[in-house]
Design a protein around this ligand. Structure first.
Ligand code: ADP
Ligand code: ADP
Length: 541
């Protein structure tokens, strides 16, 4: 027993430190004896965006299948249960009316899947054909324009990049005419500008057309912008999950970051996640790992040209790389790895680089442990277990086949593989994609600690501003016209870099009064105008 339940713990083999109040009630659904149980349901509301924040494997999909009417919940009981029983159990709660509609078969649902990379497997045809099938609201033209899908309308779905697929999937979902929209992660592979556009489109559909939107999202800056109310989800992946009553978005995110849920009186993490209000002072003049000259790279007849301002990368630093999609970040990476020859300049850098690409394609028929032990002879050592396997939560998936992994699991294996290789420079392209918030935080600290302890130099390309903030010592900013021409600045201190980057996007951040967490300002609000005038887009001066 865990000391709280007097009788045998219902969650065998799980260490429950303090049994939350919710677990003393009946679950909404239990898949079977000793199988996963879900406690609590999110409450979609007409005209509102409801967010869910929490790790994967905690029952979010189960909850949505119930809200869609696809899964008849059993209220944890052995005897047969029908929707009238469920309605009875939720009488007097926010969900009463909603569940009555589900019982009467009156709820229609559109759903954007989490892993857009799998869409080509189930659809043969081009973008236009896919979108025309779903255009029930006659909204396609405007969605295509705002999500900048025009250039790929006649391309086969098979040939789209992850970022293009994400925008097409979002347009396809929002074009449907339903009461309830469920969006399982909207940001992977999108740049910040595209993330903000996606958030605005979702909000508009809720506000202007009175629809119910339910969104699972792990980019906290975007979730903050997107949602009206927030349910935090917590528990033991695979064993039980609890979805809290709705909180204000601000309190929900703040409590989540602090590691303690106030109303629930529940600690979900030992240490708080904290942000620096002022720009960190740059640890200047570490040893120079590489000093690279001005470089130019053009593709074809100059359809796309990238100009890189020469600079220094310091030994031991984490260099953040930011900029829109299609601006040349991967091209720069390939120049550094020697996979591409520059059009002008000498990039013969003679560096060993370990590279994790944006789209992780490891899917051989091989077990995770066999794959990782083929990369490093440190595999299984106590150092490797503590620094790599634990923070990346690899223990549980070691015996699985690479080809059976989910997107988030594959990402964690790829980060581990990249860091385990011995190299001068570690280059990670969008490590946050498909990681839940908790995994982002853990992966972030694993990468930082690795850089410090191994004297390693790390470059990280990412669009999640909190990930970049928690990771980077300095920033390299890419700007220009995507797919036309790009310019890359030399590495800059965080404050200058963030100001450069965010002024291109015209986005300013204020600080949450209680936690100093950065929050996106409303465009044209007083703070937004003031900060733009002063040129302070991110850090407090
Ligand atoms: P999330 O969407 O938060 O990642 P899910 O709702 O998909 O979580 O799954 C929660 C847990 O329920 C997982 O451990 C999963 O293995 C388990 N589960 C999901 N579907 C079933 C099922 N049909 N039978 C038994 N267990 C299931
Ligand atoms: P990012 O990593 O910032 O998204 P990329 O470096 O991948 O940008 O691409 C920049 C531009 O160069 C894009 O317009 C892309 O289509 C184009 N591009 C990339 N690789 C090639 C190539 N091998 N041949 C021609 N064009 C390319």
């Amino acid at each position: 027993t865990c000391g709280i339940c007097v009788e045998k713990c219902p969650f065998d083999a799980i260490e429950i430190i303090n049994l939350p109040q919710e677990l003393q009630d009946d679950p909404v659904h239990r898949y079977g004896e000793n199988a996963f149980s879900l406690y609590g349901l999110p409450a979609p509301q007409e005209g509102q965006v409801t967010g869910i924040l929490g790790p994967n494997g905690i029952g979010k999909t189960t909850a949505v299948r119930i809200l869609e009417g696809e899964l008849q919940p059993n209220l944890g009981r052995d005897e047969a249960v029908d929707w009238d029983d469920v309605l009875e159990a939720y009488r007097g709660t926010e969900l009463q009316d909603y569940i009555a509609d589900v019982r009467d078969g009156e709820v229609t649902v559109a759903r954007k899947p989490q892993y857009v990379d799998q869409i080509p497997e189930s659809f043969d045809g081009n973008t236009r054909e896919l979108l025309e099938r779903t255009d029930e609201r006659d909204a396609l033209d405007s969605l295509v324009e705002r999500l900048e899908i025009g250039p790929v309308m006649d391309q086969a779905i098979d040939d789209l990049s992850g970022g293009e697929l994400q925008r097409v999937a979002l347009a396809a979902t929002l074009a449907r005419d339903t009461d309830f929209y469920f969006l399982d992660e909207v940001t992977p592979y999108l740049d910040i500008g595209q993330r903000v556009t996606a958030a605005r489109l979702i909000r508009e559909l809720a506000e202007e057309e009175d629809r119910s939107m339910l969104v699972v999202e792990h980019d906290l800056a975007i979730l903050d912008l997107l949602a009206d109310t927030l349910h935090v989800a917590y528990g033991e992946p695979g064993a039980y999950g609890v979805i809290t009553s709705p909180k204000s978005v601000r309190n929900g995110i703040n409590e989540y970051l602090s590691g303690y849920l106030d109303n629930e009186n529940m600690r979900i993490r030992q240490d708080p996640i904290e942000f620096e209000e002022h720009a960190p002072r740059t640890a200047t003049h570490g040893d120079v790992l590489v000093d690279y000259p001005d470089l130019t790279k053009s593709y074809g007849d100059g359809e796309f040209t990238l100009e890189i301002e020469g600079g220094e990368i310091h030994r031991n630093e984490v260099l953040g790389i930011v900029g829109p999609n299609g601006i040349g970040k991967s091209t720069f990476a390939k120049l550094l790895t020697g996979n591409l020859e520059p059009t002008a300049g000498d990039a013969d850098l003679d560096l060993d680089i370990s590279y994790k690409p944006q789209y992780v394609t490891i899917d051989q028929h091989m077990r995770v442990d066999a794959f990782l032990s083929s990369i490093t002879d440190q595999f299984g050592s106590s150092y490797w277990n503590t620094e790599i396997a634990q923070p990346l939560q690899l223990e549980r998936i070691m015996e699985q086949n690479l080809s059976d992994l989910s997107g988030g699991e594959r990402q964690r294996v790829a980060i581990a593989a990249c860091l385990s290789d011995s190299a001068d420079l570690y280059l990670l392209d969008e490590p946050s994609a498909h990681l839940d918030v908790e995994q982002r935080v853990q992966a972030t600290s694993a990468i930082r600690r690795y850089a410090e302890q191994q004297d390693a130099t790390v470059m990280v390309i990412d669009h999640d501003i909190y990930t970049i903030d928690l990771l980077a010592d300095r920033l390299m900013v890419f700007e220009g016209e995507p797919a036309m021409h790009g310019r890359a600045s030399e590495p800059q201190p965080m404050r200058e870099g963030m100001n450069d980057f965010l002024s291109n996007l015209e986005i300013t951040f204020r600080r949450d009064e209680r936690t100093s967490r950065p929050r996106i300002n409303k465009p044209e609000s007083q703070l937004d105008r003031e900060q733009k005038r002063e040129g302070e887009y991110y850090y407090s001066p």
